[in-house]
Design a protein around this ligand. Structure first.
Ligand code: SF4
Length: 225
């Protein structure tokens, strides 16, 4: 079911959930994101074509493939990571390699898989040398992720890693401060957890990550998943 934006915000407020909106963006601009379909609200195929041909930021020059995202376009869960790495750029798919395998395990523990969730990144093109995304790159690319969120209307967004969470929430907090509670982006509940690559380096944090996944699963259920 698709909820009108104001109804979703009222629902989240009633649950006592913080509703985070991008800084310095007036409400009337936010509300335009939920306006009726038009040229600026492309369908999936048009959106995918636009991303494939996008030159809105300099990362277009160094990419092999854009990484649009994979999974169920009607998913209850939207997983958002940072940006493509070398293998993702080569294959055009997010979260491959060892970190991707761990993400697959995390999804399996939730009774989900790559086919039942949708996985996307903050950036659709690879930053050189896997550096952090720059603010202007994120700003240029954000419209694509926002449109994916609007099209999917997920029950829950899981932000994996510092870069994804900070950019989605418009803050500079460390993951340790953002995890453990429910935020919201574009009117959708959002939970933050550690990036699987970090969990591979710091396996002692897996327990906290499991707590985050349980929190997200509970919110997804409350939200109708
Ligand atoms: S990162 Fe995003 S905005 Fe930049 S070229 Fe790729 S698709 Fe376009």
């Amino acid at each position: 079911m698709v909820y009108p934006e104001q109804q979703r915000r009222a629902y989240l407020k009633a649950l006592g959930i913080d509703v985070w909106l991008p800084r310095d963006v007036p409400d009337d601009i936010i509300d335009q994101h939920d306006a009726p379909s038009g040229d600026d609200e492309p369908d999936w195929d048009t959106l995918e074509q636009r991303v494939a041909g996008c030159t809105r930021c300099p990362l277009a020059q160094g990419r092999t493939n854009t990484v649009f995202g994979v999974g169920d376009r009607d998913a209850d869960w939207l997983i958002v990571g940072e940006a493509p790495g070398a293998e993702e750029d080569r294959l055009g798919e997010p979260f491959v390699g060892r970190a991707g395998k761990l993400l697959d395990e995390m999804l399996r523990a939730l009774g989900q898989s790559r086919k039942t969730v949708f996985i996307a990144n903050i950036l659709k093109c690879r930053p050189p040398n896997n550096r952090d995304p720059k603010n202007d790159e994120v700003a240029a690319c954000r419209r694509y992720l926002d449109r994916q969120i609007a099209l999917i209307q997920p029950r829950i967004i899981l932000a994996v890693g510092r870069v994804a969470a900070q950019n989605l929430l418009g803050c500079q907090d460390p993951v340790g401060r953002m995890r453990g509670r429910v935020h919201a982006v574009n009117g959708i509940p959002l939970v933050v957890t550690y990036h699987p690559a970090y969990l591979l380096r710091s396996p002692s944090q897996k327990k906290k990550s499991w707590q985050d996944l349980c929190l997200a699963a509970g919110i997804a259920r409350e939200n109708g998943a």
